[in-house]
Design a protein around this ligand. Structure first.
Ligand SMILES: Nc1ncnc2c1ncn2[C@@H]1O[C@H](COP(=O)(O)OP(=O)(O)OP(=O)(O)O)[C@@H](O)[C@H]1O
Length: 307
């Protein structure tokens, strides 16, 4: 059995003279939450549409659950649930009616799944309210419920947090985390805002002008974007003891050159320097370091523009 739910090899999609996808090799491991990041027009929707069988590649291949042959791919796609573009809702129907209509249209047996899925996305209490009167967050959750109806093993969500307020983004994140942890559903979720996927994705792929620039794990990204205070003093061992005793944290590293990286108390530079000075330590260097997610993203795609 393949350990990957989706793999693409040299996937290319050309529209006239321009490449929406340019030799993309993407690998999505079973059980992961893959955050697919790129600016508007980077190629996210195109890749998702090709994966879902809604568009054909110009070149390259795609494997779903280890299946690559066209007929097997059709079968493998039955194991996918998706929200691509905006979710297809019947505006004059309630949440329950929307799910029931979708269940019948897709030939999914058993009425029970409707109530269960409504509960899963927190829409069980919406009663007679019609979908057209839902908030954007509720509409997205209803879209997710429709995608979940067939018990998919792989969820593909194209910008599901687009336009949601911060609370809606948090709700969606918690819901997707639960689906991943409790049901083992693998998730591909795209966004043009890296920080919206932070705290959610276990893996990231950054796409720019159709090229997949980088695939990293959440740990690797965290290490690249970690913020810390860089401290250089005349006696690093003593400084380490002072930080531990006076600031009450061991969340720091002493680097081979004696510089200290302190990952806590970033917001209290005065306090850090005063406890060090009070112990007679001479501070040679003291500065905040590291970058935030968005500047990392901007630098990564900016760098690619100059390659
Ligand atoms: N049907 C089409 N015909 C011509 N060009 C297209 C078509 N679909 C997409 N493109 C082009 O392909 C490129 C990638 O578009 P795509 O929609 O995949 O980007 P995206 O990353 O999903 O962006 P967005 O967030 O704006 O949807 C863009 O330059 C777009 O204009």
């Amino acid at each position: 059995m393949s350990e990957y739910v989706l793999q693409t090899n040299g996937l290319t999609k050309k529209f006239k003279a321009s490449y929406a996808l340019d030799k993309v090799n993407m690998s999505i491991r079973k059980g992961s939450i893959y955050g697919f990041i790129g600016q508007n027009g980077a190629g996210k929707s195109t890749l998702i549409r090709v994966a879902a069988g809604l568009a054909f590649p110009t070149e390259g291949t795609i494997e779903l659950f280890g299946a690559a042959e066209e007929r097997e791919l059709v079968r493998a796609r039955k194991r996918i649930g998706s929200i691509i573009e905006s979710p297809a809702l019947f505006p004059n129907m309630t949440a329950r009616e929307n799910l029931e209509a979708n269940r019948i249209l897709r030939g999914i047996p058993g009425k029970d799944c409707v109530a269960k899925t409504l509960e899963l996305v927190g829409l069980q209490g919406t009663g007679r309210k019609k979908a057209k009167n839902f908030s954007l967050g509720m509409k997205q959750r209803l879209g997710l419920a429709i995608a979940l109806l067939g018990d998919p093993e792989f969820l593909i969500l194209d910008e599901p947090t687009n336009g949601l307020d911060p609370m809606g983004v948090v709700e969606m994140r918690e819901l997707l985390k639960r689906l991943n942890q409790e049901r083992g559903i693998t998730i591909l979720i795209s966004s043009h805002i890296l920080s919206e996927l932070y705290l959610l994705a276990s893996h990231y792929g950054i796409i720019h002008h159709g090229r997949l620039l980088e695939q990293v794990t959440a740990e690797e990204l965290k290490a690249k974007c970690q913020q810390y205070v860089h401290i250089k003093v005349d006696n690093p061992d003593k400084a380490a003891a002072v930080i531990q005793n006076e600031l009450g944290t061991s969340d720091f590293e002493v680097m081979p050159d004696g510089a200290i990286r302190l990952f806590k108390h970033m917001d209290r530079p005065g306090k850090i320097s005063s406890v060090l000075a009070a112990e007679g330590l001479e501070i040679e260097q003291f500065m905040p370091m590291g970058e935030d997610l968005e500047s990392y993203f901007a630098k990564r795609i900016g760098g690619a523009d100059h390659e």
